[in-house]
Design a protein around this ligand. Structure first.
Ligand code: NMX
Ligand code: MLT
Length: 469
């Protein structure tokens, strides 16, 4: 008898006989793996449906069955230091609302919108920086901002069919070859010092993200246009905008500053922030943790929604005409066509928010302040859709929040300013979400938070537990 068959006999010896007979009867089938799975799935779907219907409100341990099977919605199970999300009033960064931040956080010289460096300072420290502190931080980030050649060469080798978000995640993961955190761990640095190395890596990653993101843009859409070098006299987004080719466009540069500051953090439960926190809890370095977060951000229910909104808006314009001319009735009909096709209306709804997203409102205010946006067909379409979509979604009756989230308008502004390559939009979100995810990662290590390891349960275990209650 071979070593492996003796081992498997030993295992069978411990399985109870009834199960073994059942298992053997399964072996008799000639079905493929996929067909076998297709047979089992409907039964399990029914089992889960019955659990939710009959026992969703039952409490097992400390929580409801609904929390276990419903995407952990509302479950308070994660410490997040940098921001908190209220279902009605929206995001607060260390207690400051978006209008508070707009009042107190320093803008760029000559600009009005929040500088992402100011937001980064607030997220990390809980304090409002002085304009001098922000200028120094901008300078430090610019000093470190050039992408190392070895990373640039790999990014340049990606073929055109690789989605910009895949490129971004791969580029960030590659940066871990120089991780100071990974090196410190290998050399046995004390646990209490981890945060310093997490901080160094995080700052370098934030500094280099614009150069990486701009390189991806140029490679994909303007391969013959040379990429400008990082300038020491520009802020983070001033540089990003310049590298994207919008250095002379004040409206676009200010919009990008606001966009990147506002998308920086949205408490910890969203897919990207949670992923960075989870992967980092295994003491993976900040590059690997954030590369994983970007893969989550690339999902259409999360960060890819801004791309999807634009795709949907353009299809609507194609169908019913430019935003400046269309009527509310035409938009309503289009919304119903989307819903009746079983699709979600992108840019509407939210896992936590129950009122319009204050980030959406802040971007609408940005549009209202700028005459150049008043006559923009796509911005008009966003506004008109906002007037009718909540009513339609309420009537449709499925979503818990019929209001717009930030994605309902964010990509449309980029489109207005001429950045029409919407497959790229989530990359800009990815440049931004680093601010919050990495600030938290530094705090995770500073606070010595442990590896995340929640307990999972099988459907059968849940059934046993609800029987007991
Ligand atoms: N259009 C149509 N149906 C919707 C929408 C929508 N905008 N939002 C939610 N629903 C449906 C949802 O699919 C679910 O249906 P089912 O029971 O058949 O699975 C039902 O309403 C209940 O969902 P909710 O509990 O309201 O929402 P949930 O927390 O599960 O999901 C989102 C939140 C944001 C994923 C969801 O609202 C959505 O898919 N919105 C459209 C995509 C989007 O805009 N995402 C951007 C999120 C913000 N971001 O920046 O990441
Ligand atoms: C975000 O900014 O992460 C989105 O609004 C999604 C969320 O908060 O769940």
């Amino acid at each position: 008898m071979s070593f492996s068959s003796a081992r498997s006999l030993g295992r069978i010896g411990r399985i109870n006989t009834a199960r073994l007979v059942h298992a053997q009867s399964r072996y008799a089938s000639t079905k493929s793996l996929e067909d076998t799975l297709a047979d089992i799935i409907p039964e399990k779907q029914e089992q889960l449906k019955a659990l939710r219907l009959n026992h969703g409100g039952d409490v097992i341990g400390d929580i409801k069955v609904e929390n276990v099977i419903g995407g952990m919605r509302g479950l308070k199970a994660m410490l997040w230091h940098c921001s908190a999300l209220d279902p009605n009033t929206g995001i607060r960064f260390h207690g400051l609302t978006i209008p508070d931040c707009q009042k107190v956080l320093p803008p760029a010289p000559g600009g009005k919108e929040i500088l992402p460096e100011s937001m980064l300072w607030l997220l990390l420290t809980g304090e409002v920086p002085s304009p001098e502190q922000v200028r120094d931080l901008s300078r430090q980030l610019a000093e470190e901002g050039e992408l190392p050649k070895k990373i640039a060469d790999v990014v340049d080798s990606f073929t055109r069919d690789v989605h910009p978000m895949t490129q971004l995640s791969m580029g960030v993961a590659l940066m871990n070859t120089d991780s100071k955190f990974a090196h410190a761990y290998e050399t046995g640095v004390k646990k209490t010092e981890y945060w310093r190395y997490a901080f160094k890596d995080s700052m370098k990653l934030i500094a280099q993200l614009p150069a990486l993101a701009a390189r991806i843009y140029k490679n994909a859409y303007y391969p013959d246009v040379p990429l400008p070098a990082v300038r020491k006299d520009l802020d983070l987004v001033g540089n990003y905008s310049n590298m994207l080719g919008y250095g002379d466009n004040e409206g676009m540069t200010e919009y990008l500053r606001l966009y990147i500051a506002l998308h920086g953090d949205h408490e910890g439960g969203n897919v990207s922030a949670h992923t960075a926190h989870l992967v980092g809890s295994a003491l993976s370095d900040p590059y690997l943790s954030y590369a994983a977060a970007l893969c989550g951000l690339a999902g259409p229910l999360h960060g890819l929604a801004n791309q999807e909104v634009l795709r949907w808006m353009l299809a609507m314009q194609n169908d019913i005409g430019p935003g400046t001319d269309v009527t509310p009735e035409q938009i309503k009909d289009y919304l119903w066509t989307t819903l009746k096709a079983g699709k979600v209306v992108p840019g509407y709804g939210h896992g936590v928010l129950r009122d319009p997203d204050p980030r959406f409102i802040a971007l609408q205010d940005f549009c209202d302040k700028r005459p150049e946006l008043d006559s923009s067909p796509i911005i008009q379409l966003v506004k008109k859709t906002y007037q009718v979509a909540p009513g339609v979604l309420r009537e449709h009756g499925k979503t818990k929040n019929p209001n717009p989230n930030v994605d309902a308008t964010s990509g449309c502004l980029l489109y207005h300013y001429g950045l029409t390559e919407f497959k790229y939009y989530t990359v800009i979100f990815g440049v931004s979400r680093a601010l919050g995810s990495l600030s938290q990662l530094v705090w995770d290590r500073a606070l010595g938070l442990p590896i995340e390891r929640p307990k999972s349960v099988t459907m059968e275990e849940i059934e046993q537990m609800v029987k007991k209650t």
